[in-house]
Write a protein that binds this ligand. Sequence first.
Ligand SMILES: *Cc1c(COP(=O)(O)O)cnc(C)c1O
Length: 414
Amino acid sequence: MPDAPHPLPQHAPMTQFAVSHGELMPGGERLTTLAARVGQTPFYAYGRSQLRQRITELRQTLPPKIRLHYAMKANPMPALVGFMAGLVDGLDVASAGELKVALDTGMSPKQISFAGPGKRDAELRQAVAAGVLVNIESFREVDVLAQASQTLGLPARAAVRINPDFELKSSGMKMGGGPKPFGVDVEQVPTLLANMGRAGLSFEGFHLYPGSQSLQAEAICEALQQSFDLAVRLSQHAPDKVRVLNLGGGLGVPYFPGDKPLDLKPIAEQLERLLQLGQAQLPQATLALELGRYLVAEAGIYVTRVVDRKRSRDQVYLVADGGLHHHLAATGNFGQVLRKNYPVAIGNKMDAPASQVTTVVGPSCTPLDVLAERLLLPEAQVGDLVVVFQSGAYGASASPHQFLAHPPCVEVLV
Ligand SMILES: *Cc1c(COP(=O)(O)O)cnc(C)c1O
């Protein structure tokens, strides 16, 4: 007997937004009404209840002692960051610009930390003046922080971002292990710690961030263990007790056909184990995760209107008013090696049968501007609303808005 054909890999079901009378209901509002209220397409909409839901799930699953930070670079929209500030235990910023948005939320500077390569002198001074924790990523930063602390007459709160000697396996973007511009190599950390002690910086702990977008719980658990072990080992060289151990995160979300949502259970168990070990080995330390994508990606949609519908040879094209210039990642141009489709729907025809193999492209004059390639969708017409799911992270702020001088997009929190 011939083998049964392999079923094509499918997108994980996108059930985070309700559907009513054939329309997606972000914020409990019909998509067509929301589009009218926003006053234009394209736009991004981020759902408060989806954001809250995600954090509730994490709090219910992870040990209560684990602190949850939001890494703002995933989505720095001020209204969203303000909303998140009320739900998480800390905000992580990657520039002075993000620091301003974080402070504007009213979050205490005690709960804000600043990581990233190439922090300019002025940014480090701003961080000291604000009283936020700086994750040190080079020997130069020690000196600049000490100087700023002296001239301002304020303590410089500092942790060391370690470039580990391992990486997060199976992650979409590797951020540690081998030569990296991020953090300080493990081997150099003892010397750096000695310098920090001499410079009079206020040492608070360690930060690691081995990778991003992993959907494999075992790989994340392994990286958490290795990060913890490294911090314990290096704590012997530290000028003071380790009070914070920021373990990064790297938790991923399902974007592409065949991707399965991450199983939090093993991660929760692993964190519980590390908390136990920590009582003996790092007794003063609180353990934190800093998550960007995992907190916000699934709460966001990108909505764009069909401007034209045409056929070329055997292919149906929907040409939309949005695309690569607002949502680089969905077109496969933000770090992906092979282009794959994000989950896409016709947001005002959610109940219609998916009957037509369709390619959705943006208005930019380049073959890179593809939102969906040969995806089975309901038959759509000019004026219909194309929805790209999983769009709450690395969307608007990670896209080349000026490209081709198309109109900007709008972002709303619903
Ligand atoms: C980008 C970044 C994050 C967030 O990563 P996600 O994959 O979005 O969770 C967290 N910490 C640091 C240091 C980062 O650079």
